[in-house]
Structure formats: C-alpha cells, structure tokens
Design a protein around this ligand. Sequence first.
Ligand code: HEM
Length: 371
Amino acid sequence: MDSFPLVDPIPLPAPVWLFKVLQSTTLALHFTAVHLMVGGLFLATWWAIRGRRGGDGRLTTASGEIAHLLPVVVAYVINLGIPPLLFAQVLYGRALYTSSILIGVFWIMVIFMLIAAYFIMYQMAKRADTGQAYGWLGVIALLLVLKIGFVYTNNMTLMLRPDAWVEMYRSSPTGAHLAPGDPTIIPRWLYMMLGSVGMAGIGLMLLGLKPGIETAAAAFLRSRGGMLLAFFTLVQMVLAAGVYHAQPEAVRAGLWASLFYRGVFGAWFLVALALVALGVFGAVTAARRAWLPATLAGAAGFVNIVLWVLFRDGIRDVTLGLHGYDVWARNVNTNWSIVILFLVLFVAAVGLTGWMAMVTFRAKGADEQHA
Ligand code: HEM
C-alpha cells in the first residue's frame, strides 16, 4: 500500500539538484552550530562543576569563556536550522510532514524545550560573569538539548519508515509517541551528540587563539581541544560504522552500489583520520599560540560534516527509493530570474552571517557584551 500523501500538483520552481545543493549546504552549517552548542554546553557544564569542586581556576575560566559564547551559538543553531527545514519540506514534504504529525506532541515540544534551554544558557553566561555557580543549570540545559536532538533524529528516521506509519497512527492518533524501536535511531543520535564533543574540541582550539584570554587558560583550551577532537572523532568513527550496519540490508546494498556514496564514505573516513591526527598535532603544540593545527582542523571539520550530510542524504534517498519515493521524479518549472535573485541574496546572507561570527569571535572586553 502506498502510504505517501499525494504529490503537490504545483511544480517545483527550481531544479531538484539546486534544492539538494542548498539543503546540504545549509544543513552542514546547521550541524556545525549544533555540534558547537551541544559539545560546548557539555564542556562548560562539566568544567564548571569540576572547577568549583576542585578549586581549579583554569577549568572555571575555560568554562566561563565557553558559557559566554553559548547564547550566540544557539542563535546560529536556530537560524541555520530553518533553511534546511524549508528545503527538506520542498523535497521530502510528503514523508516529513507525515512523520512530524505522527510524533506531533514531541515535535511541537521542541519549540518550548528550545526556549527553556536558550533562557538557561543566557543565565549561565550571566552567572559566569558574576562568579556564581551554574553547573546545575548546565545539566538542565544539556538534558533539554539532548532531548531535542533525539526528537530530530526520531523524526528524520521515522520519515524513512512509511511501512510503520499506518500502524503507529492506528495505535494512537494523538501524536504523543515517538517512533517505535528502530535500530538506526540510537547510533544516529549518538553520532551527532557524542561527535559534538570532538567538534567542540576544534572550537576550543580556535578559542585558545583568541587574544585577551589568560595564557595558561588559552594553552589549556588548545591542548584539551586537540585531545577531545582526537578521542571523540575515533568514537564518531565507531558510531558511523554502527549507523551503517544498523541499516536494513537492502539500504546497505543500495548505498554500496552507488559509486558516489562509496566515494563520499571513503572521503569521510580519510577526513576523520586527518582530524584525529590534527587533534594530536594541536595537543602536542598547545604550549605555543600556533594557528596551523586549529585552522586546518576547522577546515577539515567542516568538510567532515559536509560529507556526513551527503552520506545521510544517501541513506534517505536509497531508503525512500525502496518504498517507491523518487525525489528526482518531480515536475519542475524553473523561473530563472527568481532563482538568480534568490542565489544573490543567499550568498550575501551567508557572507553576512560569517562576518557576524568573525566579529563575535574577535570582540574583546566591553564589546563582547554586545556581540
Ligand atoms: C537545540 C536545538 C537543536 C538540536 C540539538 C538539533 C539537533 C539536530 C540533529 C541531531 C539533527 C540530525 C538528526 C538525524 O538525522 O539524526 C538535526 C537535523 C535537523 N535540524 Fe536540528 N537541532 C536543533 C534545532 C533545530 C531548529 C530550531 C531547526 C529549524 C528551525 C532545526 C532544523 C533541522 C533540520 C531541518 C534537520 C534535518 C534536515 C534533513 O535531514 O534534511 N534544528 N538537528
């Protein structure tokens, strides 16, 4: 039985490949921000608790530096999450709307959990400035963002399971339950959440280069950043293997049959190895204020995220293809003048967003309060 709702008769206003490029680019930016937020929140919380208990000033300073940046990073998570959501709805709306409705209560709850986590992260930054304890607040915010990540993984997995939809709706149409046990959900969620600590390691390596941070705390950030990057990239590699092996056999065969996806996975593996090496390099050179390991790790980290986005897109297209949903089989009626105008504005917006991130990173002293 075909579980997909009918296709919208209005043709797409731009080619499918263009939507795919835009979706993957903006999703890679969203994932970058998600990693920095989840990993940064974890480290700020952990070091706030340990620093206060053990009276270790380096940990407290490092935690405060991160806590200060978290509200800005959340703004990036949200604003960079909206474009891929819109593009995903254009390309996969019939699957994504259905799964979103089936887990509707949790899906709507994301908004409230996000507002609460955002508010808490502002309080953490404030308390860090005034020397008050905030580890306990970090624990609450962390639980909220981990739950939000879980709801996202759940929805992005459920949209690939049209065979489960009817039964789920029959068992309860209220939307108050998440997708039933699917072996791919946990490794996929852990890949994003634990991988965040490694990616946040790159953020620490870069933060350790920022002028104005005490020398000891800056060297500590660079060294811990490198170590975390190396260790958690290895963890992520194991989880990536878990994500692949948890897929049904037909999906694995479909991915393997494609030269493109084989190439993407191979490239992802090599870049992950490079990240481990760069993490070790960053840790052993941490005493100096060296830009090379941190900037190389930043570039490799982003490439790693892009490749993962492409690979999970492959999982989606192969899985939906097996259920008869071909994302490429859409009526297209391109309006090039609108498309070109959109692209010009899009590039300008990405440039402005990058510029704002640089200003925030470079802001010192009183200016930081306004960044
Ligand atoms: C605390 C906030 C957030 C966290 C922790 C988070 C985390 C995640 C995670 C873990 C995934 C990957 C799911 C998977 O495939 O396994 C994801 C995907 C996604 N997120 Fe976020 N997210 C957050 C906020 C948002 C917001 C506010 C939006 C949009 C308004 C958004 C839009 C998206 C989209 C569109 C995807 C997947 C698109 C696709 O598969 O094509 N996210 N997010």
